[in-house]
Design a protein around this ligand. Structure first.
Ligand code: HDE
Length: 723
């Protein structure tokens, strides 16, 4: 190492080229020096002194005052007093995971980014999923946008793709960001509601900001209440640029698609889970990774030639617009796998600092005014949140390549740089560290031609705020449309000012007349008398989650309700089949501990009824066994479980006497009463039931098919079910 460059601290000098290695382990190795687990070690002070007693302060006599000289007491308390850092202004609540990314084939034709060239190379990544509105301790399942931020530790430095699970945004210009965030955050006089858009100030702002209407359609859709972080899409939102080694640029939009399919909760479930398990998404992600069920997402790109920039009926620089997949297909380019949970929430998930400006050669920006504003904001926010300009030296933020420059000092500087030269140009250190030419990996901004007058105004090409909102509405399936209207009833139902509700209905009327009429009905305001615009009738199938669902039960949670006297053959066979198909099963009973089957075998209860509920499962199965089912019949909770699962359109299975529980619940519209003892399996509306089970495996197969549908929306009777 050259004595006048930086040494120690950051990066591993001289090894830059192989750090984002084929096996993706180097980042782990790089961070290993920072990981400690003090088992079996002595307790010390922060200056390394072994501490001999930490449970009593130093006092003058047993009952005397605490002494000033108790440095251990003061250090321990002072450090504790300073444990908190400011939470993120937005996206405060998050969950992180480590993993790796692999490209499918070399992309040299489109980009010179080195991590996108070699399919055998694993680039380490850290991902942080988040909600936007709530504070750090808020519930996971509220209606909200989800952040999907990915840090790629590449051999060219870090690339951060800081996206959301919704492909558009509320506003077109970053200067409006403080306004939209102030409007959606808890109202400042009483700090309510804690983490929800359902209040006056948000809808007041929206009703006066028509550019937000496309985003509002997504926010009211099921996308805003995902089933799991493992089952949601991600989007880079803005148009970025790919630039190849020849300097040719193309616009690019980034898409993440979950391999488990895109799935959502229903509103009632999301609201209830927020109380029963506020950590629902965090836990789901953590547990999936712990059991080796690694979440996977395919990265896709939409590429647009520079020459085609003006061929669309919207502006590519307008972040309230998508490029429909039918117009420009999404081309899959690689896969992200999340295979390791963080060791320390604070050190990793809380201290990770994403910045849209962290790019690598081959990836560049567009002039989207929202993106341009973000390029300022992310760096600025980290300075405050992480306490100064050296936040990139925090282990989770360190690139895997060396960092050398003439920046010096500042709070928490970890590097000890040798030499007296901290300026450029210099002759005393042979002008090092020196700029790299483009062919040496130096980042050169794409030389886009720009000219114009200084103006503080919006481009006319950003003027259409409704066509794509209508496109979204037209593309939804009927259940999705019903859910959107229900969500609007919930949100506007909490808005006290009638004039805000009226203004919103007027805006919805510019999206679609039927939509506005349905919303008005629940919002207590008159329906609009006529359509404000004619619906253009276009749709884009990719926008409906129905078309992105994958028919698998992998990673789904299935509840098995049982008590003493259960039928062991049925329970074990069905459970084994569900597990073999990749599902997670939990035996639920009144109390923890073992329960005994009718034949005397025992099975361990995974969850006691009081700690859980149907809302935390994707399906429920009730095995037979007279005594077991008779006990369940006496428990209101068990009937409620079945009712609620039915109401939420989930798959329900029952065998033997288990069918009695379904008959005694309020499930209607399923011909269960016809069940004779001929062993027929009845499959109706996602309910799979059989009195006599000669072949439990075959039964399990039918149940698996029903669960793989995710929900059976055909249950019109669900509204009559009390749950
Ligand atoms: Fe952010 N955003 N944002 N944002 N954003 C932040 O940075 C900002 C926007 C997104 O897990 C902040 O470190 C402005 C769009 C994610 O750490 C802050 C604008 C998209 C995360 C900030 C936007 C995002 C943030 C707060 C309007 C999707 C969490 C704390 C121009 C493409 C990252 C922080 C994490 C976080 C500013 C709009 C995604 C204040 C000014 C559009 C996923 O810098």
């Amino acid at each position: 190492m050259n004595g006048d460059g930086s040494t120690g601290g950051q990066g591993r000098d001289g090894q830059g080229d192989d750090l984002a290695s084929k096996d993706g382990q180097s980042k782990n190795a790089d961070l290993a020096q920072f990981r400690e687990s003090p088992q079996g070690e002595f307790l010390t002070s922060n200056h390394g002194l072994r501490i001999n007693h930490t449970d009593d302060s130093l006092k003058a006599g047993d009952r005397g005052p605490t002494l000033m000289e108790d440095f251990h007491f003061r250090e321990k308390l002072t450090h504790f007093d300073h444990e908190r850092i400011p939470e993120r202004v937005v996206h405060a609540r998050g969950s992180g995971a480590h993993g790796y990314f692999q490209v499918y084939e070399p992309l040299a034709e489109y980009t010179r980014a080195r991590f996108l060239q070699d399919p055998s190379q694993k680039t380490p990544v850290f991902v942080r999923f988040s909600t936007v509105v709530g504070s750090r301790g808020s519930a996971d399942t509220v209606r909200d946008v989800r952040g999907f931020a990915v840090k790629f530790y590449t051999e060219d430095g870090n690339f951060d793709l800081v996206g959301n699970n919704i492909p558009v945004f509320f506003i077109q210009d970053a200067i409006k960001f403080p306004d939209v965030v102030h409007a959606i955050k808890p109202e400042p006089h009483h700090e309510m509601p804690g983490a929800s858009s359902a209040h006056d100030t948000f809808w007041d702002f929206i009703s006066l900001t028509p550019e937000s209407m496309h985003m509002i359609m997504w926010l009211l859709s099921d996308r805003a209440i995902p089933r799991s972080y493992r089952m949601m899409q991600g989007f880079g939102v803005h148009s970025f640029r790919f630039v190849n080694a020849q300097g040719k640029a193309r616009f690019v939009k980034f898409h993440w698609k979950p391999l488990l399919g895109t799935h959502a909760l229903v509103l009632d479930e999301a609201l209830k889970i927020a109380g029963k398990d506020p950590d629902f998404h965090r836990r789901d992600l953590w547990e999936a990774i712990e059991r080796g069920d690694y979440p996977e997402f395919e990265l896709g790109v939409q590429l647009v030639e520079e020459a085609d920039e003006f061929k669309f009926d919207f502006d590519l620089l307008d972040a309230t617009k998508i490029i429909p997949e039918e117009v420009v297909p999404v081309r899959p380019i690689g896969k992200l796998t999340l295979d390791r949970n963080p060791d320390s929430f604070f050190a990793e998930t809380e201290q990770v600092a994403f910045h849209v400006g962290h790019v690598v050669p081959g990836i560049d920006f567009s002039n989207d005014p929202l993106l341009q504003g973000r390029l300022f904001s992310y760096l600025d926010t980290q300075l405050l949140r992480l306490g100064g300009p050296n936040f990139q030296q925090i282990p989770i933020n360190r690139p895997v390549v060396p960092v050398r420059n003439n920046q010096r000092d500042g709070f928490h500087q970890h590097k000890i740089v040798k030499g007296r030269v901290a300026y450029s140009p210099n002759a005393l250190a042979s002008n090092s560290p020196m700029p790299a030419a483009e062919e040496q990996g130096g980042y050169v901004h794409y030389a886009e031609k720009v000219e114009g007058r200084k103006v503080r105004r919006r481009s006319e090409s950003f003027g259409d705020h409704f066509s794509q909102a209508t496109l979204f509405w037209n593309s939804l399936s009927l259940p999705e449309k019903e859910h959107l209207v229900e969500a609007a009833h919930f949100e506007l139902g909490k808005v006290e000012a009638r004039e805000i509700r009226m203004r919103m209905v007027e805006l919805f009327n510019r999206v679609d007349h039927q939509l506005a009429t349905l919303i008005a009905e629940g919002a207590g305001v008159p329906a609009p008398t006529g359509s404000a615009v004619k619906n253009h009738g276009r749709s884009s199938p990719g926008l409906s989650m129905e078309n992105t669902a994958k028919r698998t039960i992998k990673g789904r949670r299935i509840a098995i309700l049982a008590g003493d006297g259960y039928n062991s053959a049925e329970l074990l066979a069905v459970r084994a089949a569900l597990q073999a198909a990749g599902a997670v099963t939990h035996v639920i009973s009144k109390f923890l501990g073992p329960i005994k089957s009718s034949g005397g075998e025992a099975v361990e209860v995974d969850k006691s009824a009081i700690t859980t509920g149907s809302i935390m499962y994707d399906a429920v199965y009730v095995p037979g066994g007279k005594a077991s089912v008779d006990t369940l019949l006496l428990q209101g909770d068990a009937r409620h479980f079945v009712n609620e699962a039915f109401k939420h359109c989930k798959a329900i299975g029952a065998t033997g006497e288990g069918v009695n529980l379904l008959l005694q619940s309020d499930i209607t519209g399923v011909p269960l009463a016809d069940q004779g003892s001929d062993g027929r399996v009845i499959v109706a509306k996602g309910v799979v039931a059989a009195r006599e089970v000669s072949n439990p495996q075959a039964f399990a197969q039918r149940l698996i098919e029903a669960i793989a549908q995710h929900r059976d929306w055909s249950r019109a009777e669900k509204v009559q079910v009390p749950a």
